[in-house]
Design a protein around this ligand. Structure first.
Ligand code: ZN
Length: 410
């Protein structure tokens, strides 16, 4: 998926370069064209992006614009430029209103209409929209680069180890890519990360992955708990990236409970709070139905946490019951476009709602008859009808007999 996009971009770049070369040839032959001199981009993360350049042209410019978009975006932003006497242009984009994802790649190019009424296009230029508010350091092993700004060298090395351990843990059921780069940014505290996600147009989550960009953001403070946090958060976000790379655009067709459940299952330290949340919700009958966790997770923090806890436990139950091949069949069924309920039927022979009940019974030890009764309620109704009709018939016959007997002379 990413390869093909990169490939397309490369082809586009080649075509554009070819176009520029042919324009230059035309210029040499006395025809018009444009060239870009000293292009410069200044990123003030979350605030503004300033583009500066000088457009050189053989004929006067009547109109000029700058075009830009995230490399994975469909929509291109177009802004008209004021061109100075010497061809200088500059444009400042308000990055606080229309946000780009943090650490995404942005491509831009120029167009100018000259006095020959022809519109010429420059070649495309890429830059990274990085969170440059922090003094990032980095260290790389194979295709994984860790970026951090708090903590010493050992901190970065420990994060690389956690990424490696995560890869080992997930490779049993997710194909691992060791070539395409992965960038993991470690913020030293949750507010810094939260602020970044907000600036990047995303809501707050425990950590964050932009799987299409191969980027993960986590908050881990250097200190005694750093190892546990690394071995929990880094494998989780890495799993999202690897699953995206394995599934491509079918990643978006997977239920959220499945994606989050698999990612949580790869965490090397199961969150002890998950078990407590499950216990409490099971006890007061406030567990969430998995069919409500297909498209999204609850917005409020408490229920979102419960949704993670349930998904982790539920996916682990599915793996323990149906094996990793069962999990693969499940992702395949959802990739094929089966809906949330029927994907489970197709892959595991049991609809999602029934899997949910079985999980409640066998993992949470819920009242089996209670669960079964709810589960079987349509069947109970049917059985009742089947039984009641003949029973009614029998009573009727008895009554008629009694009547007849009453009429008989004693
Ligand atoms: Zn996740």
């Amino acid at each position: 998926m990413l390869y093909s996009r990169k490939f397309v971009l490369r082809v586009v770049a080649v075509i554009l370069t070819a176009a520029i070369i042919s324009l230059n040839t035309q210029q040499a032959q006395g025809q018009a064209g444009i060239a870009i001199e000293n292009p410069r981009v200044t990123v003030n993360f979350g605030q503004s992006i300033t583009f500066e350049a000088r457009i050189l042209s053989s004929l006067p410019i009547t109109q000029a614009s700058i075009l830009f978009r995230g490399v994975n975006e469909e929509v291109t932003r177009v802004e008209t430029l004021q061109v100075a006497e010497d061809g200088s242009v500059n444009f400042t984009y308000d990055a606080s209103l229309n946000v780009f994802p943090p650490f995404s790649s942005i491509v831009y190019w120029f167009q100018a209409t000259l006095t020959d009424n022809v519109t010429y296009t420059s070649d495309a230029i890429n830059f990274s929209y990085n969170d440059n508010r922090f003094p990032w350091r980095n260290t790389t092993r194979v295709n994984v680069t860790i970026h951090w700004y708090a903590g010493d060298d050992a901190f970065g090395a420990a994060a690389l180890d956690a990424a490696g351990a995560g890869m080992l843990a997930m490779r049993e059921f997710i194909p691992i890519s060791l070539t395409e780069p992965i960038n993991i940014y470690i913020y030293s505290n949750a507010p810094d990360l939260q602020n970044t996600l907000f600036l990047g147009g995303e809501d707050w989550a425990g950590g964050h992955a932009s799987p299409d960009l191969g980027v993960a953001l986590v908050a881990i403070a250097p200190g005694t708990s750093q190892f546990t946090e690394m071995e929990t958060k880094i494998p989780h976000e890495l799993t999202h990236i690897m699953m995206y790379r394995a599934l491509g655009d079918k990643y978006a067709t997977q239920p959220i409970w499945l994606l989050e459940g698999i990612a949580a299952m790869v965490e090397l330290y199961p969150n002890p709070e998950y078990a407590r949340a499950l216990d409490i919700a099971s006890g007061n009958d406030s567990l969430l139905a998995f069919e409500d966790l297909c498209a999204s997770f609850p917005a409020d923090a408490g229920n979102a946490f419960l949704a993670y806890a349930q998904s982790q436990s539920f996916v682990t139950y599915i793996r323990d019951t149906y094996g990793t091949s069962g999990l693969t069949r499940l992702t395949n069924a959802y990739s094929d476009g089966f809906n949330c309920e029927l994907g489970a039927t197709n892959a595991l022979g049991t609809p999602l709602s029934q899997l949910d009940s079985r999980w409640r019974e066998s993992v949470l030890g819920q009242n089996i008859t209670g669960v079964a009764a709810r589960n079987l309620s349509p069947f109970i109704l049917l059985m009742a009808l089947v039984l009641v009709v003949p029973l009614w018939g029998a009573i009727d016959i008895l009554r008629q007999r009694r009547k007849r007997r009453g009429k008989q002379p004693q």
